[in-house]
Design a binder for this molecule. Structure first.
Ligand SMILES: CCCCCCCCCCCCCC(=O)SCCNC(=O)CCNC(=O)[C@H](O)C(C)(C)COP(=O)(O)OP(=O)(O)OC[C@H]1O[C@@H](n2cnc3c(N)ncnc32)[C@H](O)[C@@H]1OP(=O)(O)O
Length: 492
């Protein structure tokens, strides 16, 4: 994607003319980005710079691309009018920016350009979910090279848009008046966040799936959609929102990077997601990414509905490690980790597994979701099957965040737990496994052969000032950097 939306990301050094092994391009991610895999310097031969695009050169040199710098605040014609922190705002205290009451909120929808009309999309109707799918299928996030586009399935949308307490009015569409064709969409779902210990209960709308038909881009429809969803959320007495995007907007609370772990290397290479390092061969690449055929943790098994309460407690405790986390109810844990609506293998979106001890007590769990990306213009493959690391938790190494003993216990345990997730994802025919630099992922990504992607994901809070949070990467080089705390909330 081009720098302003969530992005799909691919491995950073794909492509024969490039020095390193690249993982997939990016529509795997969010507004710009799902990650591309970084190539290790050992795989790399000196780049030819003649004729190279400046942004490629910056990537090779691991320098921040100046295009990723914000434009002057005055040029954010829409965002400068919104209650969000500006790039140079000095944050003295955390908390809401504007305070209003429901009485202050307009009861009339925001005006639309002539020829268009508002439409609340009733996602309890399968044909309406299908309409959203059709819009996103053709128009949603692509990587910069227009090779991959996220393909959120109807089953995914059903799961992602219908957590407990979902609000019908927060699924906002714009249609062409004459034909009824859906040409714009934005969604909100309710949630509760804990920001450090000082802000334990922030009611938010999680905003996602902002999309305008390709033929109607740059006509300022996005701000109209955002204003309308804001109005509808505000009418329910909710004043804050969480959203992620590849686009650089005022002003991220953090930026994370996508990492990619090849599973089906030949396919990823064929579709241009990953490159062949100059010092390797296809056979060596396949050997490098080989995985055992079945899980190595003996007591690992699929999570069931009977596990919900134990997993809920384990996750809740584990999330205390991080600074920005979701506060799930038990019903929400059940929804996000067990997609009971789509139990069939065909429609499966979320995969969750638990590990038990000798007394049958759950000691660990790990989950990932499946999201295909359409491969554009490839004669051999029309999609890649991508697994994304979701929530996980373990009892290993809990306790004092700063103790190095705990840290090494946690590191060893997460290595095995996530390795087992990779094994399971392979058995389920996923081609690549993606993860962000958030949670405790910096502890295992490199050891498990994840490569840095070219996608970055910015996290934003609407109408809430907050001190910055570490996103798991260094400020300048954007390489993995381990720090305690960080982000524990995952959006898709
Ligand atoms: C309390 C409740 C609050 C609820 C609301 C909380 C806020 C939620 C915010 C939304 C969170 C969404 C989370 C996700 O879903 S991120 C996924 C975004 N979707 C895509 O990338 C899909 C493909 N792209 C498109 O469909 C269009 O390019 C979109 C729709 C993205 C922009 O359409 P278009 O290209 O035709 O542009 P325009 O002429 O209409 O409008 C231009 C203005 O829009 C600003 N822009 C561009 N991209 C984004 C973006 N990703 N988030 C926020 N703003 C964005 C841009 O800076 C400019 O404003 P300014 O620079 O002049 O100021």
């Amino acid at each position: 994607m081009s720098g302003s939306e969530k992005t799909e990301s691919r491995e950073e050094s794909a492509g024969a003319s490039q020095p390193s092994e690249v993982v997939a391009k990016g529509n795997a991610g969010s507004n710009s980005g799902k990650p591309v895999t970084a190539v290790s310097s050992a795989d790399t031969k000196p780049p030819k710079t003649t004729g190279m695009r400046l942004e490629d050169l910056f990537k090779l040199l691991s320098m921040p691309d100046p295009k990723a710098e914000p434009k002057p605040m005055d040029e954010y014609k829409f965002w400068k009018t919104q209650p969000v922190t500006k790039f140079d705002d000095a944050i003295d205290a955390e908390g809401p920016i504007d305070s209003k009451t429901v009485d202050d909120v307009s009861k009339e929808p925001s005006p639309l350009p002539a020829g268009f009309e508002w439409s609340t999309i009733d996602i309890s109707q399968p044909d309406k979910v299908q309409e959203i799918y059709d819009l996103l299928y053709a128009n949603y996030i692509e990587d910069d090279d227009e090779t991959f586009r996220f393909k959120y399935s109807p089953a995914f949308l059903d799961w992602g848009l219908k957590p407990p307490g979902w609000v019908k009015d927060w699924n906002v569409g714009v249609r062409v008046k004459d034909t009824g064709k859906l040409i714009g969409f934005i969604s909100g779902i309710p949630g509760t966040l804990r920001l450090r210990t000082t802000n334990p209960d922030i009611k938010v709308a999680e905003i996602n799936f902002l999309c305008v038909h390709k033929k109607l881009r740059s006509k300022r429809l996005a701000p109209v959609l955002i204003r309308e969803v804001t109005r509808r959320v505000n009418l329910t007495g909710v004043w804050q929102a969480l959203y992620t995007a590849g686009a650089l907007l005022p002003s991220p609370i953090t930026t994370a990077r996508y990492y990619h772990r090849s599973i089906n290397w030949p396919k990823l290479h064929d579709v241009g997601f990953t490159g062949l390092p100059s010092n390797s061969t296809p056979a060596k690449q396949v050997a490098k990414y080989a995985l055992p055929s079945k899980p190595t943790l003996e007591t690992l098994r699929p999570m069931t509905v009977e596990d919900v309460s134990e997993v809920h407690e384990l996750l809740d405790t584990f999330l205390n490690r991080y600074e920005l986390v979701p506060k799930f109810t038990e019903q929400e844990t059940a929804h996000w980790l067990l997609d009971s609506v789509h139990a069939s293998e065909h429609d499966k979106v979320i995969y969750s597994y638990v590990v038990t001890d000798s007394e049958n007590k759950i000691t660990d769990f790990v989950s990932f979701y499946g999201l295909e990306s359409t491969v554009l213009g490839n004669s051999k493959y029309d999609s890649i099957n991508v697994a994304y690391l979701f929530y996980y938790a373990t009892t290993a190494g809990l306790g004092d965040n700063k103790s190095s003993d705990n840290e090494s216990v946690l590191k060893s345990r997460l290595f095995v737990l996530i390795q087992n997730a990779l094994i399971l994802a392979k058995a389920k025919n996923f081609d690549v496994f993606n993860a962000l630099s958030v949670q405790d992922n910096a502890l295992f990504l490199e050891d498990l052969k994840f490569g840095a992607g070219d996608g970055f994901l910015n996290y934003y809070l609407f109408n809430y000032k907050a001190f910055p949070i570490h996103g798991g990467i260094s400020k300048r080089e954007k390489s993995l950097e381990r720090k305690p705390g960080g982000i524990g909330v995952i959006m898709f």
